[in-house]
Design a protein around this ligand. Structure first.
Ligand SMILES: O=C[C@H](O)COP(=O)(O)O
Length: 389
C-alpha cells in the first residue's frame, strides 16, 4: 500500500499530521528551502512527541554536493534517532562521491536519497544508492513555485523511475507540490509513499502551518491498510487494489458517463515495415460508464478522473511499438476497466496519417471478473522508455 508522508515543522504540526492519519512524519523547515533542515533539538522533541506511533524522517538541508559536508550533516540528523534520514542529491559531478561518503552511515541508519524532477535528475544514481546501502529514493521538486511533479516528470515517465527503484530494492516515494487531483493519478504507479507539504497547508503557502482539514482530505485520498469506515463510505480504491467489485454500490445512483475526446499522441504503431522506427499521429476517444458512489460528489474520492485515462494512454504508448490498433484499444480498455466502478468502456483508436481521414477501430468492453481481479496499477509495468524527465 502507498503510505502518506506529511512534512511538518515540529511537535505541534506533527500532532496535526498524526490526528489526520499520516503514515510518516517528515521533519523539515520549508522556509529555508525544499529540504530545509530543522535544528536537532526540534527533531528530538518531535520524536519524543510522536512516541513511536509513526516513523519519523528528517532532512539534512539543501546542501552543496560536498561529500564531507553531506556526511557530517546526515550523521548529525541520524544521531537524533530518526527512522529515516533524507538527503538531497542536486546535480553535481560529486553526487556519486557523496553517496559513497554515506555508505558507512547507511549500515546503521536508513537513508533516503532525494532527487529533483525539475533539475534533470540522473536516474543512474539509483543503482549507486543501492550499492551504497541506501534504504530508499524519492523524486521531489526543488523549486516549489515552479510547477508540480507531473509538470516535470509526466505520467509516462513515472514507471521508469519507480521500476528502477523497485528493481534496486529501494523504497520509493513521489512528492513535489502534489495537489489532491494528483493523488489518484499517482496511486496506480504504486509508489511506496507520497509526500506532501504545500497541499497540507490549505489556503496558506507551504511555509504557513499545516491545516487539519486539508491534511485529512489528502489522507482520505490514499487508501489505508484497513477498509476506511470514515464517513461510512466504501473505499473503492482499496477494494480495487484487492480485486473486489463494488457490489455494495447503491445501484439507484446509476452511472455517470465520462469521456476523453480527440486525444492525439504520436505513437509507434503498425504492422508494415514502413511503420516501424517512427511515430504517427493517433487519436484516442474514450468513453466510460462509471458507477456513482455518492449523490453529491465533493472531491477526488468520489469520481474517476479523466486524467487517469489520459495517463494510462500515455504510459501504454510509451511502452513501445504496438502492431495493431486493435491491440492498443484493448490495452486502453483494460486499463480503464481496472477501476471497479467502471461498468463499460468504449475506445476508438484512429491512425490519422494513413489516408484522407482516420482509419482504425472502435471497441466496446464491459468489466469482466478477470478485469475486476486485475491489479489496480495496470500502468506500472509500462513506460519502459521513461528514464528521465
Ligand atoms: O517530502 C515532501 C515534501 O515536503 C513535499 O513538499 P511540497 O508538497 O510542498 O512540494
Amino acid at each position: 500500500m502507498t503510505k502518506m508522508l506529511a512534512s511538518v515543522t515540529g511537535p505541534e504540526e506533527a500532532a496535526i499530521a498524526l490526528a489526520a492519519g499520516a503514515d510518516i512524519i517528515d521533519l523539515k523547515d520549508p522556509s529555508t528551502g525544499a529540504l530545509g533542515a530543522l535544528a536537532p533539538a526540534t527533531i528530538r522533541e518531535t520524536i519524543k512527541a510522536v512516541a513511536g506511533r509513526r516513523p519519523v524522517s528528517a532532512v539534512c538541508g539543501d546542501l552543496p554536493m560536498q561529500p564531507d559536508r553531506i556526511r557530517s550533516a546526515a550523521e548529525e540528523i541520524a544521531e537524533t534517532g530518526v527512522s529515516y534520514v533524507k538527503v538531497g542529491f542536486f546535480p553535481s559531478d560529486q553526487a556519486e562521491a557523496c553517496a559513497a561518503a554515506l555508505a558507512p552511515l547507511a549500515k546503521r541508519a536508513k537513508i533516503i536519497a532525494v532527487l529533483f524532477a525539475d533539475l534533470s535528475p540522473d536516474l543512474a544514481l539509483i543503482d549507486v544508492f543501492q550499492r551504497h546501502g541506501f534504504n530508499g529514493v524519492m523524486m521531489d521538486t526543488a523549486n516549489k513555485s515552479g510547477g508540480r511533479l507531473l509538470d516535470h516528470l509526466p505520467p509516462q515517465y513515472i514507471p521508469g523511475f519507480i521500476n528502477l527503484a523497485k528493481a534496486s530494492g529501494l523504497m520509493c516515494g513521489l512528492a513535489g507540490s502534489l495537489e489532491a487531483p494528483d493523488v489518484p493519478r499517482l496511486l496506480p504507479f504504486l509508489p511506496d509513499f507520497l509526500g506532501f507539504r504545500g497541499a497540507l497547508c490549505g489556503a496558506d503557502s507551504r511555509t504557513g502551518q499545516i491545516d487539519l482539514e486539508a491534511t485529512r482530505l489528502i489522507r482520505s485520498l490514499i487508501p489505508e491498510e484497513q477498509p476506511s469506515a470514515r464517513d461510512g463510505q466504501v473505499d473503492y480504491r482499496l477494494l480495487a487494489a484487492r480485486g473486489y467489485s463494488p457490489d455494495s454500490a447503491d445501484q439507484s445512483l446509476k452511472t455517470n458517463r465520462i469521456f476523453v475526446r480527440d486525444f492525439v499522441l504520436p505513437v509507434e504503431i503498425g504492422a508494415y515495415s514502413f511503420e516501424h522506427g517512427h511515430t504517427q499521429k493517433v487519436r484516442f476517444d474514450v468513453t466510460a460508464d462509471v458507477l456513482r458512489t455518492v449523490s453529491n460528489p465533493e472531491d477526488m474520492r468520489h469520481v474517476l478522473s479523466y486524467d487517469i485515462i489520459m495517463d494510462g494512454i500515455r504510459a501504454i504508448v510509451a511502452s513501445g511499438h504496438v502492431q495493431l490498433a486493435e491491440a492498443l484499444a484493448e490495452q486502453v480498455a483494460a486499463h480503464v476497466l481496472v477501476d471497479p466502478r467502471v461498468v463499460k468502456v468504449w475506445v476508438r483508436v484512429e491512425k490519422l496519417e494513413l489516408g484522407a481521414g482516420g482509419v482504425g477501430v472502435e471497441i466496446e468492453r464491459v468489466r469482466s471478473k478477470e478485469q475486476a481481479a486485475a491489479k489496480w496499477p495496470s500502468i506500472s509495468d509500462t513506460g519502459k522508455k521513461g528514464s528521465s524527465a
